[in-house]
Design a protein around this ligand. Sequence first.
Ligand SMILES: Cc1cc2nc3c(=O)[nH]c(=O)nc-3n(C[C@H](O)[C@H](O)[C@H](O)COP(=O)(O)OP(=O)(O)OC[C@H]3O[C@@H](n4cnc5c(N)ncnc54)[C@H](O)[C@@H]3O)c2cc1C
Length: 474
Amino acid sequence: MSADAAPILLWFRRDFRLTDHPALDAAARSGRPVIPVFLNDEVVRTYGAAPTWRLGLAAEAFAERLKGIGSRLTFREGRAAEALARLADETGARTVWWTRAYDPASLARDEAVKEALVARGVDCADHPGHLLFEPESVRTGQDGYYKVYTPYWRKVKDRDPGPALTAPTALQAPDGWPETDDPAIWGLGTAMNRGAAIVAPHCHVGEAAAQTRLAVFLRDRVEGYATARDIPAMHGTSGLSENLTYGEISIRSCWHSAQRAIAEGKRGAPTFLKELVWREFAYHLLYHTPRLITGNWRPEWDAFPWNEDAAGDDATAWKRGRTGMPFVDAAMREMFVTGTMHNRARMIVASYLTKHLMCHWKIGMHWFEECLIDWDPANNAMGWQWSAGSGPDATPFFRVFNPETQLDRFDADRTYIRRWIAEGRDDPDPCALAYFDAIPRRWGMAADDAYPDPIVTAAEGRARALDAYRGRDL
Ligand SMILES: Cc1cc2nc3c(=O)[nH]c(=O)nc-3n(C[C@H](O)[C@H](O)[C@H](O)COP(=O)(O)OP(=O)(O)OC[C@H]3O[C@@H](n4cnc5c(N)ncnc54)[C@H](O)[C@@H]3O)c2cc1C
């Protein structure tokens, strides 16, 4: 087979969409047969329970979407380099394309794939699509990378990320399709146990659902977004993190929608655009400093006396929503039932874990990695280091969120607390009760238990944290 007629293997990882997908667009335009592939590979196997389960849903929904343009998704399992080499041999493909990733684990895998395939005469190329601006392309005046959000924002806010690409209407099929695994036998959802049935109704899976979500947000919520986005009991935000993390919608489509909303004079649209750029900034940081995931971004924090016991009493009470601090517990339960957590609540639970309980931020980061359907390697790591004080552009350690006064400010009528905490109520909310169906039975928790006293009060926790902080050069 001549290289011009040989099929292209198009490897999908976290980019499950047809619209504004540069690699797919290029493959469709090439006129060559295209074989879309999804791999249960060495990186996927490191994902936590909820992200793995949700990834499986994303891949299956995308397989259906591909059928609509005369194509199909081939599912394979194994180390990426070997699985792709085998597929190239079986299909005669001399080209493998994918959308570029930026987290250290994916980068290492992709390098290994390139090395192995190029050695066999198979061309490999990565394409943009996960971000608005490639991390190397945004430079400071001193030709460095940005460590602080505001100057980063100023640098990119007037840039043009280019027009969003339209979805191809057809993909040329190969002469024969390769054999495919049945993804059901991989058991991607098994670690979720009974939690999957509770979280499933809260998911918006697939490209069409993501586009509807954006359209509804722009129609109903963007106007009031700047203030409503801070109230956990309200549905004031877009909810798009679940879709952006699996690439079910492109960040560029969101950017252009935000720009249109700004032009239409929608009041909350400028704030929405800025939030989209926080995601961009997180990837910029992660790409330039992979230690954002692995250790304290500021090494001076290495000597801080963190409690590193992820199975200790404090961390366990936090994970189970039994700290006795209603705002914290409500948020942790929201995450278990819906697979997501409101941004304000994320800041509060992170501050409480790292400051009041002085537990290492990595304990929280890893727990979120297990539980969030919108888990994103860059946003999660940046969010935790920001909250703990150990990151670049972080909230200072001495800024300790008080979970009681935060409650008065952001949940004054206690709607959020009532929604998520059942103990001590005659007529608990169905959401609060759903928590007990989602958690492992071995936790031994029941809705009619007494609600616990605080494991540490707001005042004690704050004083202890500030004591530990004082005298250190942080
Ligand atoms: C400790 C901690 C952990 C976090 N973990 C994650 C995570 O795993 N995955 C994740 O997507 N976000 C994470 N965030 C950021 C933020 O909480 C979520 O992006 C947001 O709650 C998603 O809801 P939404 O899509 O309705 O956001 P909207 O308010 O509608 O914002 C639109 C989009 O902008 C981006 N965005 C908004 N806020 C932030 C932010 N603070 N940082 C980076 N990007 C942002 C997201 O892509 C979001 O989908 C974390 C924040 C903290 C403090």
